[in-house]
Design a protein around this ligand. Structure first.
Ligand code: CTP
Ligand code: MG
Length: 397
């Protein structure tokens, strides 16, 4: 590009949204929320995020002024609200008139009701303006199309390979589309998009690939579709991890288990506080997110972990889950020992584990069993802990 083009956008939001108005909700579609964010706020945000965007005119119905204000759009590139007219064509013309003093080179004209256009799509439109007067995103038609004059009897079957569904934002060289719109204003016919006006004016208009997600909110069910699209964006996947640990007894007076100190006739031997339960849980969490094991994060050769409370290790693993924008769904711990008796301490252990992981105690289970006097646990030489963790992480493709 020889010089920086001035790029402006018009977002037309002056419609009544009659086809989308569902039972009971009087809010026009462009002011209703999807995923907690109003449709118009999303559309404005997307247009302002288009690289090189210099000015934006938002065209509204005069009676919606307060609704627009409540969106609290605070960006110096946004012009004072422009009042639209009774047809989309008139609303666009009002937006063009408002931008004219700024003498933009290009203008992107966008429906407020398309909250999912991405910057790449707008960039395709802008790129096409290097050799064309206008450009619009479009999708090939997939259904076979029937022509009917009365909605029942068929007059013809169209060749769908030559048909494309027009989307917005549509881009134009500003001076040309302004002039075309001014001339078209005097015609008895009404145009439903700006490309049609450009075509009528003899401008060269090019199709660029649109996007399926760039649909227009038109009917009540489109809100559910939009919510599904957003949910799909943040889809989580479930991960499972397991942990296993053993610590032998040595002479002492208490053991640490599940973050709780329990009086006993021996203690557990180990580098830290030897809390075999928390070690197994830490490994289960690290396993679920594929981040090695407790030894890789806290090498036993490192003196600083000597006598350390094992809650520190568990807290670290839980923090790694959070760092990955994940969440712990549940933790399950089984302790295998003849003694001490675990039952009376289960609630305290669950609370302590939940606290270390920043989750509710209802997501933590601690169970205990003996090994029927068999093996090293049966001979009371040590304690075994087994744990599993279920974690949700953002889906990886
Ligand atoms: N629009 C506008 N001024 C109008 C009519 C429409 O600015 N007089 C805008 C709408 O706000 C919308 C876009 O043009 O963002 C596309 O129009 P459409 O989907 O038809 O929206 P509405 O006209 O609001 O809906 P309906 O036709 O169902 O009443
Ligand atoms: Mg309409």
């Amino acid at each position: 590009m020889s010089r920086n083009r001035i790029i402006a956008a018009i977002v037309v939001a002056a419609g009544r949204g009659e086809r989308a108005s569902g039972a009971g909700d009087p809010t026009p579609k462009q002011y209703r929320s999807i995923g907690g964010v109003p449709v118009l706020a999303r559309t404005l945000r997307n247009m302002l995020a288009v690289p090189g965007m210099n000015h934006l005119a938002v065209v509204i119905a005069p009676e919606h002024a307060e609704r627009l204000q409540r969106l609290a759009i605070d960006d110096p590139r946004v012009l004072p609200p422009v009042h639209g007219g009774p047809t989309r064509q008139e609303s666009v013309r009002a937006g063009l008139a408002a931008l004219a003093p700024l003498r933009p080179d290009y203008v992107l004209i966008q429906d407020a009701a398309r909250p999912f256009s991405d910057a790449a799509l707008s960039q395709r439109v802008i790129a096409a303006l290097a050799d064309h007067d206008g450009a619009l995103p479009a999708m090939p038609v997939t259904d076979t199309l029937k022509r009917s004059l009365d909605g029942t009897s068929i007059v013809a079957t169209e060749d769908r390979h030559t048909l494309f569904a027009a989307q917005t934002p549509q881009g134009f060289r500003f001076a040309q589309i302004l002039s075309a719109h001014l001339r078209a204003a005097n015609l008895p016919r009404e145009f439903t998009d700006d490309a049609a006006i450009a075509e009528w004016a003899g401008l060269s208009v090019r199709l660029v690939p649109g996007a399926g997600s760039n649909f227009k909110i038109t009917r009540p069910e489109d809100f559910a579709r939009a919510e599904r699209l957003l949910a799909g964006d943040n889809l989580m996947e479930t991960r499972i991890g397991t942990g296993f640990d053993v610590h032998p007894f040595e002479p002492g007076t208490s053991v640490w288990l599940g973050g709780v100190e329990i009086p006993h006739t021996a203690k557990l031997k180990g580098h830290s506080d030897a809390d075999v339960g928390l070690h197994a849980l830490t490994d289960a969490l690290l396993g679920a997110i594929g981040e090695g094991d407790i030894g890789t994060h806290f090498p036993p050769t490192d003196m600083q972990w000597r006598g350390m409370a094992s809650a520190h290790f568990l807290r670290h693993a839980a923090a790694l889950v959070k760092q990955r924008h994940g969440r712990i769904v549940n933790l399950d711990l089984t302790l295998v020992c003849e003694a001490p008796r675990i039952g009376p301490h289960v609630a305290a252990m669950c609370a302590s584990i939940a606290e270390a992981c920043g989750i509710s105690a209802s997501r933590v289970a601690v169970k205990a069993t003996t090994s029927e006097k068999l093996g090293f646990t049966g001979r009371e030489e040590g304690i075994v802990a087994m744990a599993s963790a279920s974690v949700e992480l953002p889906r990886e493709e």
